[in-house]
Structures are given as C-alpha cells and as structure tokens.
Write a protein that binds this ligand. Sequence first.
Ligand code: FAD
Length: 425
Amino acid sequence: MSAAAERGGSALGLFVLDDRLTGASGGPRLAFMYRCLRDLDEQLGGRLLVVRGDPVDVVPRVVEAVGAGSVHVSADFGPYGRERDAAVGRALAVDLVRTGSPYAVAPGRVVKADGEPYRVFTPFSRAWLDHGWRKPADTDASTVDWMDPADKDGGPRRVKIPDDPATSAELPAAGEKAAHDTWAEFDVEHYKRDRDRPGVDGTSRMSPYLRWGCVHPRTLLADLGHSEGAQTYRNELAWRDFYADVLWHRPDSARENYNRKFDAITHDTDADARDRFDAWCRGETGYPIVDAGMRQLLAEGWMHNRVRMIVASFLVKDLHVPWWWGARHFMRHLVDGDLASNQHGWQWTAGSGTDAAPYFRVFNPTTQGEKFDPDGDYVRRYVPELRDVPGKKAHQPPEVTGYPAPIVDHKHEREIALERYGKIK
Ligand code: FAD
C-alpha cells in the first residue's frame, strides 16, 4: 500500500477471488482466508475492493475503470502464482510492480558462490543469516482510497466477501490483530525445550498468519532476541524461506519427486490402499498418535509439526501410499497449507526431497508417541475412545470398545518399505 501510494498519492486495495485458489481449498482453509479478508476490509474502513474472476481479465479492467497508474503486488513465488502474475503483467497497460515478498529473504537471493541454488538446508541457513534482511515495513492504511470500478463501463462488479463455507473445525482467530496477540502469548524462551511435545502448547502457532500475510516474518525476526529459544525459532523461519527457495528453483517439485531417482519406488494404489488411505484421513488407523494427529487436522485445520512427521511417515512407509495423496489431503485441510512447506515436508519424509531423511529411517508410530507424548495427553485430547486409558498406555491401548485395532502391522510394513527403498538406494 505504502509503495503504491508513494507513486500516486493514494492507493486502492484490491483482492481477486480467483477460482483456481478458492476451488482447491477445503472449508477450514477458505473460512480462515475469508475471515482474514474481512479483518483487512475492516482495517481499511470497508474500502477493500473484492472482485471475482480470472486476474488476467479483471485486474486490467479495474485499472482502466479507476485510471490507476500502476499495480503493486507482493511477489508470488509458487508455480501458479508466478505464471499468473506474469500473465497479468502482460495484460496490463501500466506497470506491475512486485513490492517485497512474504519471506524474510526472497527466493533466488541466497545462492552459492558459483550462483547455484542450495540443495541442503544447513549451508543455506548460514548463507541466509549472512545475507540478512531489511527492517519490517511500516503499514499505513490511511493512504487507501476508495473508487468503485463498476461506476465505469466495463469495470468489474464489486462482490461481498463470501460467507464462510460450512466447517465444524474450530479455527484460530483470523487477521492481523489475532496474529499479534498470538505472537505476544508465545514463550520463545521455552521453545527449544517444548517444541517437540504435541501435548504441550510449546510452538508459536504463527503458521496460518504467516501463510496468509497477516504478519511478515521480518516483524517476528525483528522481535526475537538472542536466547537459545530465539535462535531455534529463527532456524525454523529459515526452513520456511529455504523451501520457498527450493520450489522457486524447481517448480516441478510441487508435483514430482525432487530427487527423480525416487520415481522408481513402488506404491500401493489399489482399492485396499485407498481404503487404508481413507482410514488414515479419518484418523482410524488403530495407531493412537497417528489418529490423534489426523483428528486434530480435521478439528482445528492445524497439526503439530512432530505429529505431521509421524502421520506422513506412516502413510508413506507403513501404508506405502504415494506422498502426494497425503500432501493433497493436508493442503485441503491445513489453514497454514503452503505449497512449498507442505510438498517439501512430505518429500523430506518420503526421502525424495532435499535433506531427505535416510530411507532406512522409518518412524515407529508407537515409540514416537511414547517419546514425544509421554503422558498420553495429546492422544486422549483428540481420541475420546481412549479417554480412560491412563498415561503412556494410551499409545498401546488394550482393546477398547469403538477404537479400531491397528489396520497394519508396523514391523511387517517396515520390512516391505525397506525392501522397496533398498532397491533404489
Ligand atoms: P513453530 O514451531 O512455532 O515454527 C515457527 C514457524 O517456522 C512456523 O510458523 C513456520 O512458518 C516455520 N516452520 C517451522 N517448521 C517448519 C518446517 N519444517 N518447514 C517450513 N517452515 C517451518 N508448514 C506450513 O506453514 N504449511 C504447510 O503446509 C506445512 N506442511 C507440512 C507438512 C509436513 C508433512 C510436515 C512434516 C511439515 C509441514 N509444515 C508446514 C511445517 C511445520 O509443521 C509447520 O510450519 C508448523 O507445525 C507450524 O506450527 P507453528 O507455527 O506453531 O510452528
């Protein structure tokens, strides 16, 4: 807004409801996005212009109707957003200015001495720290003006921000103020100690706000001190920038194996595999930590990072289902669903991505549960059938009415996974 206003004195806030974005999102994600938009509209005093359609068609029509001198966007680095912005740029008679990015350091900027992109996180994160970042920009909503393009011939019609789609998920509060409140409540000093414990509220829960631009990572980075917790947290934000960078260099990795050697892995995709996949989606695998995670996803549109790793490993290595089935399910339900972090989080687990977990590392869902949820609190919170199973026993429950027996035998499936992965090592 500020950059746009600097050029011409005032700016018009525009959001295009693009069916390619809304059509690919599940209820919780869309509801969260609409709530963020309503919050933004409120901050702009009801002056956010929302139109529906293909951005390549509607943005030039808005520009013409209101006589804008330039169009400013936050640069998009995903495969679709990049192409869309380039196509909008070609369709415009005025400049399309990419002002900033949703990252601390924009993809493509941190490269090796020979100009090649990094393929491994640790050297990337060192170079990322050395590169540094600008101060967070100040925002000033007072420069936002109001003009209605529908007043002119050919100008697109303003639409109301849609009502929330039906969802039973209990979502976090949306918008910029909620982002700042959530950040203020976060205790970074205990982050290193607690971040791997899903039963404890030890992570920041900032991911939905970062995903939808309610807060900029540089604002968080500027607020972090130098404690151990702060350093660990900075490192996590570096992962976010790293995966965006990897996807920018390799847009094909959104859909395909980053390491093409893994194309040779055999997957199960028959009707039995589909049934097992459906049980995983519902949180009915008979492995408590997996079921708790999958039910948290459905109930809140969010899942703890440690549990994301466990459920992803279970799908890929115990059920032998392609990682992209799971990635698609996550993207439909996660309010923080982000193509770069999601597809590469999945590929890390599947072994086909950057910094891949060694293929012989197959998480045992029971011991993972016992280690990271030692009191069983997380499992009991999301799996009510196990409510009366005390402590750690929740991870190896006795037969409990209404709770399924394990759908596969982990030891047996582990052997199958090792054999399949072993063939391509
Ligand atoms: P915190 O622990 O408080 O971390 C702070 C921030 O650092 C996060 O908000 C996030 O922006 C970033 N971050 C932390 N860990 C990672 C990571 N491994 N990769 C990239 N960024 C990270 N994160 C998403 O934002 N969107 C996704 O769609 C997504 N899908 C994932 C899928 C799988 C299979 C896995 C294993 C991880 C995925 N992650 C994703 C990463 C991570 O799980 C979430 O960022 C984290 O759980 C968000 O919770 P938080 O904000 O409390 O995290």
